[in-house]
Design a protein around this ligand. Structure first.
Ligand code: PMM
Length: 282
């Protein structure tokens, strides 16, 4: 599926995560220093990332908001340095002001986990910037989002709520050709909801917008891979499962997967594309 401003690759893209946060659940603290974060981003590019998602505010369940000035201080130098070296950079923020500042220093995509719900200025700002926008499914701030994890039919409800965000984005002037949707695995969803969404990705793809899927290192993978004692597999032991989700997402035609371990997903999307190409000629 084409997104204006991005060349056709014939396969799912790999978005490498660069969290510049002291408290993100999966890699928090490792790249809190700007120079470290830039080095990490360059390493992810070497490992096959097609684009980098730079974020300065943790969204893990229970997380508190980061003040705007602090978010800017964390994110902008990293976006600027990576964009200046030729990387395609996405900014992971729910604040319009941070998104606009990131676009000014070279970001090409805005990844908003709130789908425009956290900041009323976000959708008009993205429309004015004429860049790609990821609207993720979200039912409220991280501090108490798991209290909203109640669905009769998770795929149906997430799909309907994503279509509402699409309508709002288009009404604000965002070009549908630049709009991506994301089911928001783990955001106001328990493990069963996440597996339900992954089991029916083609229905989400049928909403008609390119999809981004982010399962990397999330708690539901840790629960699946728990030790016999019941202890969840730690985040750094979840990457093979993450690559398996990448295969599922790529087979469903996702535009991109958002991952911490780039190499395994970069390989996985190429395997899926090779099989698809072989199927097309056989
Ligand atoms: N997950 C996280 C952060 N940002 N953005 C999108 N579009 N989709 C996601 O699933 C998503 C996201 C949380 O993960 P992290 O704290 O490891 O970055």
């Amino acid at each position: 599926m084409r997104v204006t401003g991005f060349p056709e690759l014939g396969r799912t893209r790999v978005m490498g995560v660069v969290n510049v946060t002291p408290d993100s659940f999966s890699d928090g603290g490792r790249h809190a220093d700007a120079a470290d974060a830039v080095r990490h981003g360059r390493r992810l590019l070497d490992e096959g990332a097609d684009l980098l998602d730079v974020g300065g505010e943790s969204t893990r369940p229970g997380a508190q908001r980061v003040p705007e000035q602090e978010e800017r201080r964390r994110v902008l130098p990293v976006v600027a340095a990576l964009a200046a070296s030729g990387a395609v950079v996405s900014v992971d923020t729910t604040r319009a002001s941070v998104a606009v500042a990131a676009l000014e220093v070279g970001a090409q995509l805005v990844n908003d986990v709130s789908g425009g719900l956290a900041d009323p200025d976000m959708l008009p700002a993205v429309a004015a910037g004429a860049v790609a926008y990821v609207a993720m499914h979200w039912r409220g701030p991280s501090i108490d989002m798991q209290s909203r994890a109640a669905y009769d039919d998770v795929v149906h409800e997430v799909g309907a709520e994503l279509l509402e965000r699409r309508a709002a984005a288009v009404a604000a002037g965002i070009d549908p050709q630049r709009l991506l949707l994301d089911p928001g695995l783990g955001f106001g969803k328990d493990a069963g909801h996440n597996w339900g969404l992954l089991s029916r990705l083609p229905e989400l793809a049928a909403l008609g917008q390119p999809l981004l899927v982010g399962a990397s290192r999330k708690a539901f993978l840790g629960e699946l891979l728990a030790a016999p004692t019941g202890e969840r597999r730690p985040t750094d032991g979840r990457d093979a499962a993450g690559a398996a989700v990448t295969v599922l997402a790529a087979q469903a035609g996702a535009w991109a997967v958002r991952v911490h371990d780039v190499r395994s997903s970069a390989d996985a999307v190429r395997v899926v594309a090779a099989v698809a190409a072989a199927a097309a000629v056989s």
